[in-house]
Design a protein. Structure first.
Length: 248
């Protein structure tokens, strides 16, 4: 395979999966890791991808957000593991908030059978909660088509009236200096209000969210727990002061 063909294939794979590993590319192309590493370094220099430990990550515009269906398909095994662990933090009798994130969605099946009440701003999540016979309150407002999140002033007014035992919120970025961020101002407002009104504040994020900064900051890093998949050693060291639970 020509160098140009291999590099285009790498970019195509990133469009589909968001993150790719160096070892997997080496096996796929039957090429040495040093050869693939040079490809990744070149594409990173061109601003076409972001190099991360052991592989590469797709670069997205800070104001761009993929739709919910695409998000659910990305890093799905990690998200399921995070969702299962997060469900164990829900106590019987709790009233909890679940935001519209794709990692939050993976938490819902593990809540089946619990005596709880869920408040959500996600049409998609509310449908699954209803299918599982989990008592659910869906907030009113306008629907954001890409994420199926209900947002706007009506939604904000409603959420301000609730007091949650626990709030589970997704994020697009976790950064030491910039805190928790997301691309959309209206979704940021909902996340901020939900966390503010929650006794226990949980951020659900896979490892790709670290050292990323979105367009809008919605909260500082003073949350109870950030639940994530396994981190690289350098990332773990940089964020060691945060209350992170790694799911191995």
């Amino acid at each position: 395979m020509l160098t140009e063909e291999r590099q285009q294939k790498i970019l195509d794979l990133l469009e589909a999966s968001n993150v790719i590993k160096l070892s997997e590319l080496s096996d796929m192309f039957t090429a040495s890791e040093s050869t693939v590493r040079r490809d990744l370094d070149y594409l990173a220099e061109q601003g076409l991808l972001k190099r991360i430990h052991g592989g590469a990550q797709r670069i997205t515009n800070k104001r761009f957000e993929t739709n919910l269906k695409e998000k659910i398909g990305q890093n799905s095994n990690e998200k399921k593991a995070i969702g299962m662990y997060a469900s164990q933090l829900v106590n019987e009798g709790d009233c909890i908030f679940l935001d519209a994130g794709s990692t939050i969605y993976e938490m819902i099946p593990f809540l089946k059978g619990k005596e709880i009440t869920v408040v959500t701003n996600s049409v998609h999540h509310a449908s699954l909660l209803s299918d599982l016979a989990i008592p659910t309150i869906i907030l009113g407002g306008g629907i954001k088509m890409t994420t199926n999140a209900v947002v706007g002033s009506t939604t904000e007014s409603q959420i301000e009236t609730f007091n949650f035992d626990a709030g589970f919120v997704g994020t697009n970025g976790i950064d030491i200096d910039r805190g928790l961020t997301t691309p959309d101002t209206e979704e940021a407002a909902i996340k901020r209000l939900a966390l503010t009104n929650s006794k226990r504040k949980y951020i659900l994020a896979d490892s790709t969210k670290f050292a990323e900064v979105g367009f809008v900051k919605f909260f500082d890093l003073d949350v109870d727990l950030i639940i994530t998949s396994e981190l690289d050693n350098d990332v773990r060291e940089k964020y060691k002061e945060l209350p992170i639970k790694e799911i191995i």
